[in-house]
Write a protein that binds this ligand. Structure first.
Ligand code: ATP
Ligand code: MG
Length: 391
């Protein structure tokens, strides 16, 4: 039996006049994810996106797995395609669900008829089809509350579809419908989750990572590249910028008050990120900061960091507990990489007693006491760019 992937639109179904743009972006993203698996035909109708395989031997399990990570759909299912003819529907339901029905104790039929020209109404489809199933499998009982198996029949524009139910899909809105932002990606647990959360809101993500060799190792950098790769099933293709940060950190260590080291470092990170954003047409920053988690994430520290930013900074995990962030990290499969014990540039030269309530004036004065400009320009100049994408 020919199969198809059905994706029910989430929020984008409510987008009024813009709906078409959202749907087109969704299909473009979906096409890009499924392309390595073979050819599909894409169509849309009544807030449903259809991905029909055109080649034989397409790995449909993998296709469903990939499609369920594309932001924009609320639910997904893998359905059999049948004709809009009741007898053929009965035949195909018995063929597709025969094995499962013979093993089940209870079942129900759920029907949806969006093509109103089909002669049976939804409750009639349920009753008639239910009866025919019971004729064939007299041991079964109908249970509408919690059946062992639900036979879904959907009568739509061009075909009828049969399946055993929807599963939740990625949710959100399609990546590319909300502009571009730069994710400050460390090797930790929080920043990959922050990137995932903003991509879910339609933002096209690039990532920037700061390295301080020889204090940070090549393996630490490779770890972050692997995290970036892990994000691509959700975020799509991602440009990755790697900034050499050693000289700036050494200048900070040698010229600024130790207790302000972390906050000044964060301001300089923001400055470099913004310069690269300006070159690349990116208009916001994303970090994995969460209030109170560490000394650089107190309210006072965040005020000082924000003061160095002329772009909006999105901090989607700002109000989340570590356990909540961890739950998402496990779901998007970044957790195991994040907990690998490699050093980050933030842990190089960390002060013993960082100021948790720095005053903005003293921070600015400390930054102005040394001319960082040539080092900033050099770091931007020497930043390496790579791409990570779907394969
Ligand atoms: P994470 O788990 O994301 O590493 P964290 O709890 O370790 O966060 P910090 O080390 O204070 O917190 O970093 C706060 C944020 O600063 C990170 O979430 C990330 O967005 C950014 N950041 C930290 N280190 C780097 C780095 N080496 N390169 C790029 N961004 C970084
Ligand atoms: Mg970190």
């Amino acid at each position: 039996m020919k199969e198809i992937i059905l994706l029910k639109e989430g929020e984008m179904a409510l987008k009024g006049l813009n709906k078409r743009t959202f749907e087109e972006t969704f299909i473009k993203n979906l096409r890009h994810r499924l392309k390595p698996l073979g050819k599909f035909d894409y169509s849309r109708s009544q807030s449903m996106i259809y991905a029909a395989p055109l080649d034989d031997n397409i790995d449909m399990d993998e296709a469903v797995k990939r499609a369920s990570k594309v932001f924009g759909a609320a639910a997904i299912c893998r359905a059999g395609i049948t004709e809009k003819d009741f007898e053929i529907i009965v035949r195909d339901v018995l063929a597709r669900f025969g094995d499962e029905l013979s093993r089940a104790r209870t079942f129900k039929v759920a029907a949806k008829r969006s093509d109103k020209s089909f002669p049976l109404k939804s409750p009639e489809i349920c009753a008639e089809l239910g009866g025919r199933i019971l004729d064939r499998f007299p041991h079964l009982e109908v249970d509408v509350k919690s059946p062992d198996i639900t036979v879904n029949v959907e009568i739509r524009d061009t075909n009828a579809y049969i399946h055993s139910g929807n599963r939740p899909a990625a949710g959100g809105i399609p990546v590319g419908t909300s502009g571009k932002a730069m994710l400050l990606l460390s090797g930790g647990i929080d920043s990959p989750v922050a990137g995932y959360m903003m991509a879910k809101r339609g933002i096209d993500i690039s990532a920037i990572h700061y390295v301080s060799p020889p204090y940070t190792s090549e393996r630490a950098r490779l770890k972050v590249e692997r995290l970036c790769e892990k994000l691509s099933p959700w975020c799509g293709d991602t440009a990755f910028y790697c900034v050499p940060f050693t000289e700036i950190q050494e200048a900070l260590r040698d010229n600024c008050p130790e207790e302000l080291f972390t906050i000044l470092m964060r301001r300089l990170m923001m400055e470099i990120a913004q310069r690269i954003c300006e070159k690349k047409g990116i208009s916001a920053l994303i970090t994995g900061e969460s209030v109170g988690q560490v000394a650089s994430q107190t309210m006072g520290a965040i005020v000082c960091t924000d003061n160095a930013c002329r772009m909006p900074v999105f901090r989607p995990v700002i109000g989340m507990d570590k356990s909540e962030i961890t739950e998402i990290a496990r779901k998007i499969d970044t957790f195991d990489i994040s907990i690998e014990p490699y050093e980050d540039c933030c842990t190089v030269f960390t002060p013993k007693h960082p100021k948790t309530k720095p005053s903005l004036e003293e921070v600015i004065a400390a930054q102005n006491s040394f001319d960082f400009e040539p080092l900033i320009a050099k770091a931007v100049e020497q930043t390496e760019e790579k791409f990570f994408g779907i394969s």
